[in-house]
Design a protein around this ligand. Sequence first.
Ligand code: Q46
Ligand code: ZN
Length: 317
Amino acid sequence: MQLTPPPLPAGAKCKRCSGRGQMRLPSHNTIFCSDCFLLFCRNAVAKAMKKFGIPRETDLLVAVSGGKDSLAVWDILNELGYRTRGVHVNLGIDTFSDESVRAVEEFASSRNLPWSSHSIADLLGWTIDEIRPRTRRSICSICGAIKRQMLNRLAVDLGYGTVVSGHNLDDEAGRLLGNILRNRTQYFDKQYPYLPSPHPRMPAKLKPLYRLESHELRAYCHFASIRPHSASCPYARGASSHKVKEALNLLETKMPGTKRDFLFSYLRNRKPPQTDLSELRLCEKCGAPSWLPVCSVCALKAQLDAKRGEPEPRPEG
Ligand code: Q46
Ligand code: ZN
């Protein structure tokens, strides 16, 4: 269930400038014109950056998928005067990956922003489409581990100490509820939207959109003339994280502000966790930080390489 704000009443005015109302925000009980709405979104990000103490001079590597959230965060940080560079991880998922690259390329050239695309096939020798039929593990957890490792490595290679992602309030509230439902207390610390670097080969992770809802970011892209890709990953269907978000959206329609209150009350009085993993060993094969002699991505690669040449398994069902 996607949240769509109720229609605007006829003649609605912006509560900030009294111009023509164009965007209703039930969780804030307010209405904005397009300019004041763009300002509202930029202020939400500026507030997050101030809270985490990220100065304007910080060089930021923005992980961009070409979806609405990553393009919006890149645009807002650029508007706020941060020096940014986009980095795209090409997962090799049929038309979804082609669409993603197209959207990143179009946005970056419209703002004249530097970026580069890096294929997981270059790192692993395999794409997500090729891995999926060859594993019994959840493809999303494999994909997540590969993306994390690739972004860590790109940040180190390109000389960036902070990686920004486009996770929004819905993502963070959904993740928190999912962890609470399964009593995964070991992940609670990682829930904070700013994680300082715990290891020289692991950059800080920053989620400046944690104050903005998914539907607000969709509207931001519309009013800022950003064209994100409209495709969704074919493997996203049925993921439990989506069901948890749907449940939260149902509550949000009955009680506007629920998601915000839930996440913010959890974060209140919390501080970024100070984790020191500098003693972690390095993977013997690729040099990535790892608890085991060979990291999980290199172990996966070895398993896949051992089966290279075998015919592709037939899809189940
Ligand atoms: S993890 Fe899973 Fe996403 Fe990777 S396989 Fe697609 S849905 S892209 S955020
Ligand atoms: Zn490795």
